[in-house]
Ligand binder design. Structure first.
Ligand code: ADP
Ligand code: ZN
Length: 609
């Protein structure tokens, strides 16, 4: 961000906010100190001394508040004291010609109270005035980026947008889909001529970090048009009506600067299905905001003032259907996790600005990072560079990448964690169990990459495998093998120690998820048939009887897998022990070492280097 400017009315909204708060705070402190001053500047004297002073005619004037007395002496010294309530007090004062005033306790600081309240109200009024959303606000030229006070959106002028399609590595399909929009923004006349109905909105669907924002900005960069960016959650406020007027304001701005792009991140925050319920009490507000959004999108005229709305979400399933109707977000652009080839491209792109050692092969790194998002990959390069810098290296090496990846995968390495020898042994057998099950099913399992019992993050150990290719489709056999690999850890523990630990929880989660998919999603069992049994918003869409059948089948599959895994590991107990012992010694073992140790036919070399 280069420059922040604001051209709305008299006061800049962001700073105004702060200024008003500071003023209010100072005012409050000032008044409190005033109140405190009235009481504290004076010296407190004993009641007896006070009575003496009165009787010696030394007091000029007092104020009485209940039993509290403050006053000044004739030689202009102030004092205060607490008096007993006795009826003769007033007579005594009259007798000695003391001027006295009795102040009603509850009204004591009423003037300050009133002032304070007035100031507070005034402060809020001023704030409301500046934040009150309304249309017809303009943003002028000058800077490149504006924070739009009323809509909360940020506006980027074309000169502030550096992204082009070439800044997005991989994501070919997404870019292809968006190219039309770029053309439309550049040449609206061309489309108007034939009356084409060009999409006004596209939904970018994908997990965080996969480049949705990047793509949206690249569209603006390619079309060389202003970019308005806001997050769905920014629309939602406690005050009903604010969201709707923010939407109105945003679209008014965008039209004024047309051709332009509006990017709404996390649209699910406003666009949730209307009956799906919201967070807190913001339901009315959310609906109003959503309705306004729909109205604005319907209000576009093709060809004139082209404004394209791109919205990002990773929860397209919760979106209100009305949003997806023609003329609204009727185009869906998938922005998935990058596949192998895309990962190579993303890594290469981000590595351009970094000194990287010649022995680093981005392809190998890409192979070792399945499931990494674009952001994760950018982070990987960055982490590796930091690690290399810390070691005062000239260039980033393959070891730095290894370390960086492990760090990203599982949180920072905690070598200091205190584990008992028993814990380490259990972990070693547990991981050896996972690894061995995989090794014993080479046809259906991905090749092993490495096994470690160095604790990282919350995991005591990890067994990595390295997919040979991207898997878009898995068969039942592979899924069953994955269940067994997941159960392998616990099975090994049981075989060797004959006791159960809590370390297998996440393995069971993995196994259970796969079994549920087999039964309920992919129709892979005879008993339940080719039917999808799903839950919608907590309601079962199948009968209680079916639920019981599902539970039974899930249990049966898990039990069978468990028994078969046990047989498998029992048959290779010597290997299990050998691997565990070696792991206890080395802590981390790569596939090659394991093949050698166990005398298993080597598959590919799966290390980066
Ligand atoms: P999202 O909006 O989907 O959460 P972002 O667009 O904010 O993801 O991506 C975060 C960062 O990750 C980007 O700024 C960029 O550095 C990197 N990144 C993600 N996808 C890609 C990609 N396809 N090519 C290059 N960099 C990417
Ligand atoms: Zn495990």
């Amino acid at each position: 961000m280069k420059k922040k400017q604001n051209k709305f009315g008299k006061l800049p909204s962001g700073p105004a906010n702060i200024i008003i708060f500071v003023l209010l705070l100072l005012g409050g402190i000032f008044m409190l100190s005033k109140i405190a001053d009235n009481v504290k500047e004076t010296g407190e004297i004993p009641y007896s001394e006070y009575l003496n002073l009165v009787e010696q005619d030394k007091i000029k004037k007092i104020n009485v508040i209940g039993t509290f007395v403050s006053g000044v002496t004739k030689d202009e010294k102030s004092f205060e004291t607490n008096v007993a309530e006795y009826p003769g007090h007033w007579d005594l004062l009259r007798k000695h010609n003391v001027e006295f005033a009795i102040i009603n306790q509850s009204n004591q600081f009423s003037m300050w109270h009133i002032l304070f309240i007035i100031l507070l109200i005034a402060g809020f009024a001023v704030m409301w005035y500046f934040f009150k959303p309304s249309s017809n606000t303009g943003s002028g030229g000058g800077g490149n980026i504006f924070t739009m006070g009323k809509s909360k959106a940020k506006m980027f002028l074309p000169s502030a947008i550096k992204e082009k399609f070439s800044s997005v590595a991989g994501a070919h399909e997404a870019k292809e889909e968006l190219e039309d929009m770029v053309d439309f923004l550049k040449n609206p006349e061309k489309y108007k001529r034939l009356g084409a109905k060009i999409t006004r909105g596209a939904l970018l669907v994908g997990e965080p970090g996969n480049g949705k924002t990047l793509l949206a900005r690249a569209v603006a960069g390619e079309a060389n048009c202003p970019f308005f960016s806001i997050s769905g959650s920014d629309f939602i406020e406690v005050f009903v009506g604010v969201g709707a007027s923010r939407v109105r304001d945003l679209f008014a701005q965008a039209r004024k600067h047309a051709p332009s792009i509006i990017f709404i991140d996390e649209i699910d925050a406003v666009g949730r299905h209307r009956s799906a319920g919201g967070v807190g009490g913001g339901n009315d507000e959310r609906e109003q905001t959503l309705n306004q959004l729909l109205t604005e999108m319907d209000g576009f005229e093709v060809g004139k003032d082209p404004v394209i709305v791109l919205a990002a979400t990773n929860r397209p399933d919760v979106l209100d259907k009305a949003l997806l109707r023609p003329g609204r977000f009727d185009r869906r652009v998938e922005v998935p996790y990058p596949d192998l080839a895309s990962r190579v491209q993303i890594l290469t792109l981000h590595a351009q600005t970094v000194q990287i050692s010649d022995d680093v092969d981005m392809k190998k790194i890409a192979r070792g990072t399945p499931g990494f998002s674009g952001a994760d990959l950018a982070n990987l390069i960055n982490e590796a560079t930091i690690i290399a810098s810390k070691g005062n290296k000239e260039k980033v090496t393959i070891q730095d990448f290894e370390e960086a990846r492990d760090k990203i995968l599982l949180g920072k390495e905690i070598k200091t964690i205190v584990l008992t020898q028993k814990d380490r042994e259990i972990t070693a057998y547990h991981e050896a169990g996972h690894a061995l099950v995989r090794l014993m099913m080479p046809n259906v399992m991905d090749p092993l990459h490495k096994v470690t019992i160095v604790p990282r993050g919350r995991a005591l150990g990890v067994t990595h495998s390295m997919p040979e290719r991207e898997k878009y489709n898995r068969n039942k056999e592979e899924m069953i093998a994955s269940i067994k690999a997941a159960l392998g850890g616990r099975v090994a523990e049981e075989i060797v120690f004959n006791e159960l630990s809590t370390g297998a929880y996440s393995d069971f989660l993995t196994a259970t998820d796969i079994v549920r998919d087999i039964v309920c999603r992919y129709g892979m069992t005879d008993e339940l048939g080719p039917i999808v049994y799903s839950q919608k918003q907590g309601d079962f869409v199948y009968s209680q009887k079916t639920a019981e059948k599902i539970d039974e089948k899930v249990r049966q599959i898990i039990d069978t897998c468990y028994a078969e895994t046990k047989d498998l590991l029992m048959a290779h107990k010597d290997k299990l022990t050998a691997l565990s012992v070696a792991l206890l010694d080395k802590e981390t073992m790569y596939a090659r070492e394991i093949y050698e140790l166990l005398n298993i036919e080597s598959r590919e070399d799966h290390k980066f280097e």
